[in-house]
Ligand binder design. Structure first.
Ligand code: ADP
Ligand code: MG
Length: 700
């Protein structure tokens, strides 16, 4: 047979759901579809994130710096010769009261569409940027030509601003959503329950609800629409949470783990210390969950160093004592190894067998671990994401503990739980989560809080200072090392690949070896091979290394109580909560500790002010609240993945009252009508907004 000619790759047709749209090219439709906007209803339900009031025109003679809309004619258009390669155009506009220049960069359509004499609405930022010719001008404004085709998409009214969609610009989005509304997408049936709507007579509802937020007629209408949709975003999200929680509660078959007083005594006796009051309370809450007959779904939150590991240990042993298995999941290999060491240490001489599984395990070792877990000869597993692999199977997994929960997603929590029949789940976080955020990101969990540190801790004396004068900090390092203690030097540069930070850590390491010739200086960063990382950590833990230069790989959970000094370079680049985490690596013994936050570069004055709060308090909750207010929830919780909800209009800090109201209404509704059988429309909306993200498919 002759070789067949390869056909060119067919370009996929745009999805049929958007066939009815006109004036939107196929690539843009595909971009919309890729962003999840596949039907007219998807478009209509894509809420704006903000609005611009462009309903009021400013006479050109009255322009000032700021956002303005003018209605004017084009007097002249100029495309400077030297700018041909970078599209650039400048027009002079005249509205009878005066003239103003408008400049556009990077827009190919401007010079063909703007001809002298056409009448326009122009909206955007007016300013005087100095430049060759001083004077006020529009820079890259939106504009629309006032002809028969005028759509009012970007000017001339209250204009919706949408979250960015890759490959489809703001005008495409506005045009698509406008058409979707006109084509009947707006006739969407009301999904909010009547009980909720009755409490808010001012809200737009039914067919009026979507147009009210996409193209509000007046500022008061916009206010009412915003109020409804902010509530709506929270309400639907919290319904998802309530449904998950309900589903977990229901699956109650043989979940019960009773902890007899004798078992409890033996578990406690394994620990080298008595539990603190807070740990004890958490243990009792967990004990009650385990015994209840429904799978536990609990968040254990406690400040860094509050002793969450010991609480996890008690729960894990309860599962083992009941004849089952337990797993402890950690986000990094360093932390998994540390947990493994801690647990095996506490279990020395017992019959409980513990295995470690991380991504760097050799094939043969991995096989052995899998066999031991499958047969039940291993009772406890400690490890990283490697434990989530589909071929990791347990004989009878009863409890999964997920440490540093914010590094894992909702789905991963579900994945580990699915390895047992009715797995109890305990997630732990050292990032104290402000209440509003906990309600949303972890809204389906019960919460235990360790609000107390083990005895004998001294607060970490913290100083934020200019990086140019660190002599006092280095003196402290030298003095502490001379007294037998150890020090961390951390380079917390923001770099997902850890490359830049690794380089500065390497440089610092070389530098310090010169400055402290008599001392042993270690190096730890994410780009080292696993064995070298483990060796660096082990050497520091054993006290052979005096100073450990590292990137933020040490942030999570590392526990070396003999370390009492920390210098954080470029502290300005991080959030308060994260710095608080870092600082939590020291102050872990009765020796006084000190933390130096070095601030470099331009932003130093501002950063120093921001870091004051770390000097003033060790209270993780206060710090977390401050951080949330400063940085917003996305940043705060790390990646999207973590389950941090992405709301368009709602703001967790500003709208927290609304959140609380929506949450209690949502939970009450699910209580009264568990799978939302009597609220079919609402159920559809919950599934389409959250089904995938929260794994609700199996719940509803
Ligand atoms: P975190 O909550 O940050 O995970 P860890 O579990 O790492 O904290 O515990 C911090 C340190 O406190 C460890 O060295 C641990 O052994 C110690 N610790 C925990 N609980 C107690 C306790 N009840 N009494 C004394 N030390 C404790
Ligand atoms: Mg920990």
């Amino acid at each position: 047979m002759p070789p067949r000619r390869r056909k060119p790759e067919p370009v996929p047709p745009p999805p049929p759901g958007l066939d009815a749209l006109t004036g939107i090219a196929a690539p843009r439709r595909r971009a919309l579809a890729a962003a999840g906007l596949r039907t007219l209803h998807d478009l209509v339900a894509f809420l704006p994130r903000a609005h611009l009031d462009r309903s009021v025109f400013t006479p050109i003679s009255a322009l000032s710096e700021g956002e303005h809309t003018v209605r004017a004619r084009v007097l002249t258009v100029r495309v400077p010769r030297f700018r041909r390669r970078v599209p650039f155009a400048e027009a002079v506009l005249d509205d009878g009261t005066g003239q103003v220049r408008a400049l556009w960069f990077g827009r190919h359509d401007v010079k063909t569409r703007l001809v002298p004499g056409v009448e326009l609405l122009v909206s955007g930022q007016v300013g005087d940027d100095g430049g060759a010719r001083p004077g006020l001008r529009f820079r890259n404004p939106d504009f629309e030509i006032l002809d028969a085709e005028f759509e009012g998409l970007a000017t001339g009214g209250i204009i919706a601003v949408y979250p960015a969609v890759r490959g489809a610009g703001p005008m495409t989005l506005r045009r698509a959503i406008r058409q979707a509304l006109d084509l009947g997408g707006a006739k969407a049936r009301e999904h909010l329950p009547a009980t909720v709507l009755r409490r808010h007579p001012e809200w737009p509802r039914g067919p009026a609800a979507y147009p009210a937020i996409h193209r509000p007629a007046s500022p008061p209408d916009l206010e009412a629409a915003r109020s409804r949709w902010i509530y709506d975003e929270f309400f639907v999200y919290e319904l998802g949470m309530a449904l998950r929680r309900h589903a977990v509660r229901r699956r109650s078959a043989d979940a019960a783990i009773a902890v007899s007083p004798d078992v409890e005594r033996r578990i406690r006796a394994r620990l080298p210390f008595p539990l603190t009051r807070a740990q004890d309370r958490a243990f009792r809450e967990i004990r009650a969950d385990l015994a209840s007959g429904a799978p536990m779904n609990r968040l254990l939150q406690g400040d860094v160093g509050s002793g969450k590991t010991a609480v996890a240990f008690t729960a894990l042993l309860a599962a083992v004592a009941a004849g089952g298995q337990g797993v402890l999941l950690a986000p990094t290999e360093t932390l998994a190894e540390q947990h493994f060491r801690t647990l095996t240490g506490w279990l020395a001489g017992s019959r409980t067998s513990t295995v470690l599984l991380t991504g760097s395990a050799r094939a043969a070792a991995r096989r052995d671990v899998l066999a031991a877990l499958g047969s039940g000869s291993a009772h406890l597993a400690v490890g990283t994401h490697a434990l989530l692999e589909p071929d990791v199977a347990f004989r009878d997994l009863r409890l999964a503990v997920v440490d540093e929960q914010h590094r894992f997603g909702v789905r991963q929590r579900a994945a580990i739980g699915a390895k047992g029949r009715a797995t109890h789940i305990l997630v732990m976080t050292a990032t104290p989560i402000p209440r509003t955020l906990a309600l949303t990101a972890f809204g389906d969990l019960d919460v235990s809080t360790l609000d107390e540190l083990p005895p004998g801790r001294t607060p970490v004396a913290t100083r934020a200072l200019d990086a140019t004068d660190l002599s006092e900090a280095w003196e402290q390092v030298a003095a502490q090392v001379a007294a037998g203690r150890q020090a961390y030097v951390v380079h917390p540069l923001v770099d997902p690949s850890d490359r830049v930070a690794a380089r500065s850590a390497v440089e610092m390491h070389a530098h310090l070896a010169g400055v402290f010739p008599g001392l042993s200086v270690g190096l730890l960063h994410g780009r080292l091979p696993a064995a070298e990382k483990a060796e660096a950590m082990e050497s520091f833990r054993a006290g052979r290394t005096h100073i450990l230069v590292s990137t933020v790989v040490i942030e999570v959970g590392v526990d070396v109580p003999n370390a009492t000094v920390m210098i954080v370079a470029n502290a300005e680049r991080f959030g308060l909560a994260q710095l608080h985490q870092l600082r939590g690596r020291i102050g872990r013994s009765s020796h006084p500790s000190s933390c130096w936050l070095a601030v470099g570069g331009e932003a130093s004055r501002e950063a120093l002010r921001r870091l004051r709060i770390l000097e003033e308090t060790q209270d993780g909750f206060r710090i977390a609240e401050a951080d949330l207010a400063l940085r917003g929830p996305g940043e705060f919780l790390g990646t999207r993945q973590s389950g941090a909800p992405a709301f368009h209009l709602a703001d967790l800090v500003r709208d927290r009252e609304t959140l609380l109201e929506a949450r209690s209404a949502a939970f009450a509704l699910v209580e009264a009508d568990p799978p939302l059988r009597r609220h079919a429309r609402l159920r559809e909306v919950v599934l389409s907004r959250l089904g995938e993200r929260l794994g609700l498919g199996s719940v509803l």
